[in-house]
Design a protein around this ligand. Structure first.
Ligand SMILES: [Zn+2]
Length: 219
């Protein structure tokens, strides 16, 4: 079987979104781009994350064809296809139905940049895509329109949250930070004023976070 490492990673992230309460049951889905980069690997439709096996994942191309796999792919594969086509920077996509982000998705309000973490990881507010039925081309189009070329995440109206990353770890982190920001935003409203970071501070924090940590080894 090809792509063993990627299969293990997708399963690990799938278990993580389930265990962290970002999805219930078999909702949500996870994918990552493969080599060649017009292929991607995606979770199957309607199977519990806890029991996923490497062979349950589906390899697809950016035309929406199944390249390898016995299972039916996630019903949201059109969303993944469209994002990979329109966002060459996306190496992985995590889609969840997390409750605090969903509150904003129901209110049709973007999640503001409230925390340093939001500025660092998300780099801007999380926009809301207009409502469209799950699994449709219309939803994929609405999500990409709201995402534009820069956003790392998008809220799907009355539905959920999608996070993009250069890899699976980053796409998961984007979802976790968007969910945390939404939780803090709504909790802070109980205290009164909610103060967002200024665009200048967001830009500074996002830029400096890229340089954070240990320098990359030189080749
Ligand atoms: Zn969904």
């Amino acid at each position: 079987m090809h792509y063993q490492g990627e299969r293990q990673q997708v399963i690990r992230i799938g278990k993580e979104i389930y265990q962290q309460g970002l999805v219930a049951g078999t909702w949500g889905n996870v994918s990552c781009r493969l080599k060649p980069d017009h292929y991607f690997l995606i979770t199957p439709s309607g199977m519990p994350y806890e029991s996923l096996q490497p062979e349950d994942l589906v390899v697809m191309d950016l035309e929406g064809n199944i390249v390898d796999g016995e299972r039916k792919p996630s019903s949201e594969y059109r969303l993944h296809v469209r994002i990979y086509k329109e966002r060459p920077d996306a190496g992985a996509i995590v889609h969840v139905h997390s409750p605090w982000a969903l509150a904003y998705a129901v209110a049709y309000q973007p999640i503001p940049v409230l925390l340093e973490e939001s500025a660092q990881v998300l780099g801007g507010p999380v926009p809301v895509a207009r409502y469209a039925h799950a699994g449709t081309d219309e939803l994929a189009a609405a999500a990409c329109e709201a995402l534009g070329k820069e956003s790392k995440a998008v809220l799907l109206a009355n539905h959920g949250l999608v996070g993009l990353g250069k890899n699976l770890e980053e796409a998961l982190l984007v979802c976790i930070i968007a969910e945390k920001t939404a939780r803090i935003g709504l909790t802070a409203r109980l205290l009164g004023t909610v103060n967002s970071l200024s665009p200048e501070d967001v830009q500074y924090l996002h830029q400096s976070f890229r340089d954070y940590g240990q320098p990359k080894p030189k080749n």
